[in-house]
Write a protein that binds this ligand. Sequence first.
Ligand SMILES: Cc1cc2nc3c(=O)[nH]c(=O)nc-3n(C[C@H](O)[C@H](O)[C@H](O)COP(=O)(O)OP(=O)(O)OC[C@H]3O[C@@H](n4cnc5c(N)ncnc54)[C@H](O)[C@@H]3O)c2cc1C
Length: 429
Amino acid sequence: MNFIDTSRQVTVLGGGIVGVSCSLALQSKGWRVTMVDRLDPGQETSAGNAGVLSRSSLLPFNRPGLGMALPSMLLKSSPGFRLRASALDNWPWMLKFLWHARRSTFDQTTMALDALIQLSVNTHKVWMDQAQAKNLLLENGWLWLYQNPAAFEASAFVREVLQEFSVANEVLSPHGLHDLEPHVAPHFSHGLWIKDAVSVLNPQALVKIYAQQFLNAGGVIEHAEVTALSQQLTGWQWQTVQGQTQWASNVVVALGPWSGRLLAASRLPSRFNMTMGFERGYHRQFKPVEGVHLRRPIYDMAGAYVLSPMQNEGGDPVMRMTTGVELAAHDAKANWEQLEAAENAARKIFPMKETVAEADWLGSRPTLPDSRPVIGELTNCPGLWLAFGHQHIGFSTGPGTGVLLAELMSSESTSIDAQAFRPERFEST
Ligand SMILES: Cc1cc2nc3c(=O)[nH]c(=O)nc-3n(C[C@H](O)[C@H](O)[C@H](O)COP(=O)(O)OP(=O)(O)OC[C@H]3O[C@@H](n4cnc5c(N)ncnc54)[C@H](O)[C@@H]3O)c2cc1C
């Protein structure tokens, strides 16, 4: 009789950058991994992002001073932030998010995210090397643009934090900006070149490449839409829309913005009481003008968009413009106003041709109240592991999440401190 050891058997739910990273990292530690997604890997949030992997992302959106800035952000309908009525139903998350915009959470979050970002970017580089995908990596940092000295002065707090964490950066004059990015219009008094940053030319292609590496090493990918989880004597069972019931001794929930929905639909013997916000964002892509290119992503602070040099599936260059935050219900209808405003601003500073044939895109950054993902096992639920809530920086923090989770699941000492990411912080007493 064959004995099947189920102790190192795991099903990872979700095939975005986080699920694929967890699958790869677990597989490298000898786990038998099945990855389940309703779609092919990398079709959702991990497809449409700006592709920036930067240590400067250690600063969360809810930081000291947000409460003071909020009234003017709302009244002026800032291009980087729009609040839609449907978001108000999620008021418990909003209140908690604002409550965490205080120094003590900020200090803990910045410290934790910095460690996770550094682990992730190093892991990305190793995995890209192994997959011979380094051609998708641009190692030129990214560039923040300020239209006037007052706007630059207003960034003093951010620059202090970057200094505190020794994030390599350089302040640029208009002349320095022109040398670095000669095709950007001379509308800016200051630039801040974040040197501790790289960018990815096609985020979706990279997720697919990692998924292929996982398959090549014996991993299994299944297509199914999971509706609920339930605890069994020796593991976890889940139902699918397709009417199947499946089982695994360990399950990782890495469903990005959909993770909360699955947990809410599952009967869990846990006091986990998490609220998730949906910081939605759009993208539109443009054909580049011949001979006119960016060497790195740029972030126009006033226009509140990021413009990233990317490649389409065929390897041809495209310019991808991503917007700031639209707070709305996860499933609310798209409102393209923010994208239109961003395009108007972007066209004033960088020449681009018409939009590419692919449709405009909308995705949701999944954000927990303290802006840190949950990474770890749920209390009272042995074998149920969480890996979601990566807000604006899931592409930068996916691989580190995978490494950390695999170390925790394998009962090894961890590369970085896991404490700040533990699900227990959202347990009600
Ligand atoms: C406009 C914008 C710009 C961004 N820019 C950056 C950036 O520059 N750098 C950066 O690091 N991050 C960026 N992000 C954030 C980043 O894209 C996300 O944090 C990250 O992609 C989240 O990855 P994920 O794997 O958790 O989620 P996803 O990629 O959404 O993966 C979740 C997966 O779960 C699957 N799924 C959902 N429900 C079910 C179900 N019931 N059953 C089966 N499968 C299911 C989905 O099909 C999907 O494949 C940006 C986000 C946006 C919106």
